[in-house]
Write a protein that binds this ligand. Structure first.
Ligand SMILES: Cc1cc2nc3c(=O)[nH]c(=O)nc-3n(C[C@H](O)[C@H](O)[C@H](O)COP(=O)(O)O)c2cc1C
Length: 491
């Protein structure tokens, strides 16, 4: 019979081994960061559906992303079975604004191995060449219609940015830097879209003004394929930002070109332009200096901006190569609640209004349209493309694919999975190489499902899907054609 001391020593050793195993393993950030206790998350997650089904929420209630949506991303990124059994648990006839895709009686078959068009990466190239219409020297056809949306190093950890960049290389998609400048963590092979925000991080002089020399140096030293001027993002349009002095590490100071020891202010608007005319001048200057396609990212608020932009672009020879429209439902690292909840139109309404103006001005084929705002799922991505998007950007869905659990603590610096934090301990749990595969798997699966839905509609490319392929069903047994609801592009 072992003595009590022996039993206690044995238990202590077992616990120590368990802690060591959790800390040293590289698959699960949460177990590395919270050894032993982290397992509760998996146990609770395992019985969560049952608990919630009877006591709390259903599969489609949680926000921003429902459990079904998160499960689909998690399973896709792990290349696990992402099917759902037994049929839909949605109430198709009692849900307002319910999306229905109208399939063809003669769907197309998927190309099998050995047949033309078969590719396990399911690449879907953009139908348009970015920068072609304005004859930019470095115009190119994006290889993927699904790309990574803007998220800065600073709001995301170094490990997360590295994982996403490596994943972008594997999946053959573009990686938008976000407004926090190009960092060494963006230099793992993935092609970049460099976003320039109001503070011009990474291309500013000592006074914080745009610096063409620095801009050209960064473009020359990195695989930058396009420039995105950020006017606003859906979660906080018209709102600047502050990076507190305490968060400005020497690395962030060097990368962003801001001094240490002082709060770094991102103003609400750009100093380099103040109206559509000066914006277009700035666009042409950047394109001239770099040879790259240049576009704007914006949420949709007052329409006079878009009216003037399309009027001027139709009338003179200046113009943007692409427009990224972010929905008010978009995500952020941190924003005031009122801005997230109430400023800017949701994606479908905002994009529909802007696209209509471009179409009425005859510009729709001359500009590449990109959408973002919870579009990282096959049916929403397909609808966005039916509305006129040429490509879609994903941000939080990409975070989910590399381990985010929707803890919604990005603004605190205490992200438990090491994705949206600068805490060294927490981010050490995120293995960039391992998570790169997860992100790539997610993008590839999304493209695969987009293609499957397109073929179900009888077409080969999602850009051939039109609003005629959708109905919107309401709770009064009405099915309205999406073309009537959104007033979208002609078939
Ligand atoms: C952590 C985080 C950081 C972000 N940083 C930026 C940024 O630097 N610039 C920007 O334009 N948008 C930024 N966004 C917004 C996203 O790029 C995207 O437009 C928005 O989240 C909608 O896409 P989603 O629904 O796929 O997340 C950020 C979003 C998140 C979640």
């Amino acid at each position: 019979m072992p003595s009590l001391t022996t039993v206690l020593v044995f238990l202590a050793l077992a616990l120590a081994t368990w802690v060591a195993y959790d800390v040293l393993q590289k698959k699960h950030a949460i177990l590395h960061n919270f050894p032993i206790v982290g397992h509760f998350r998996y146990w609770l997650e395992a019985i969560g559906p049952e608990l919630r089904q009877y006591i709390v929420t259903n599969n489609d209630e949680e926000r921003p992303f429902t459990r079904d949506q998160r499960r689909w991303v998690y399973a896709s990124s792990k290349q696990e079975n992402n099917y759902f059994g037994f049929g839909t648990d949605n109430d198709l006839e009692a849900s307002p604004n319910y999306l229905i895709i109208r399939h063809s009686a003669f769907p197309l078959n998927e190309p099998q191995p050995g047949e033309p068009g078969h590719d396990p990466l399911h690449p879907i190239a953009c139908e348009k060449v970015l920068g072609e219409h304005r004859r930019r020297a470095k115009a190119f056809r994006p290889a993927s219609v699904v790309n990574l949306s803007a998220m800065s190093f600073g709001s995301l950890s170094a490990a997360a940015v590295e994982a996403l960049n490596r994943g972008a290389l594997l999946a053959g998609c573009l990686h938008n830097t976000g407004e926090g400048a190009v960092s060494p963590h963006h230099q793992h092979g993935g092609d970049l879209v460099w976003q320039i925000g109001t503070a011009c991080f990474g291309c500013r002089d000592e006074r914080g003004r745009f610096d063409f020399k620095r801009f050209s140096d960064v473009v020359a030293a990195n695989p930058v394929r396009a420039i995105e001027i950020k006017l606003s993002q859906g979660a906080k349009p018209g709102h600047g930002g502050v990076l507190p002095a305490a968060k400005i590490t020497s690395e962030i100071s060097a990368i962003r070109g801001v001094p240490m020891g002082r709060d770094c202010i991102s103003p609400a608007s750009h100093a380099e332009f103040h109206d559509v005319d000066s914006l277009l001048d700035f666009v042409e200057q950047l394109a001239e200096a770099s040879g790259l396609p240049v576009g704007v990212k914006s949420a949709v608020g007052q329409m006079d901006f878009w009216e003037e932009l399309t009027r001027r672009m139709a009338a003179d020879d200046r113009g943007v190569d692409f427009v990224t429209i972010d929905g008010g439902e978009g995500g952020t690292g941190a924003a005031p609640l009122a801005f997230s909840d109430h400023v800017a139109l949701p994606f479908k309404i905002g994009f529909g209004s802007v696209y209509r103006l471009f179409r009425e001005s005859g510009l729709q084929d001359k500009v590449v349209f990109i959408g973002s705002g919870k579009l990282g799922f096959p049916e929403s991505a397909l609808l966005a493309m039916g509305m006129g998007c040429d490509m879609i950007n994903v941000a939080r869905e990409a975070m989910l694919s590399i381990g985010c659990i929707q803890a919604q603590r990005c603004h605190t610096g205490h992200c438990p999975t090491g994705v949206a934090t600068q805490n060294r301990w927490l981010m050490r749990g995120l293995d960039p190489t391992h998570k790169a595969n997860r992100f790539a798997n997610y993008v590839v699966t999304l493209r695969k499902d987009l293609l499957e839905l397109s073929r179900a509609c009888g077409v080969e490319h999602p850009s051939q899907v039109t609003l005629d392929h959708f109905d919107i069903v309401d709770e009064c047994f009405n099915a309205r054609p999406a073309r009537v609801v959104f007033g979208g592009p002609d078939a």
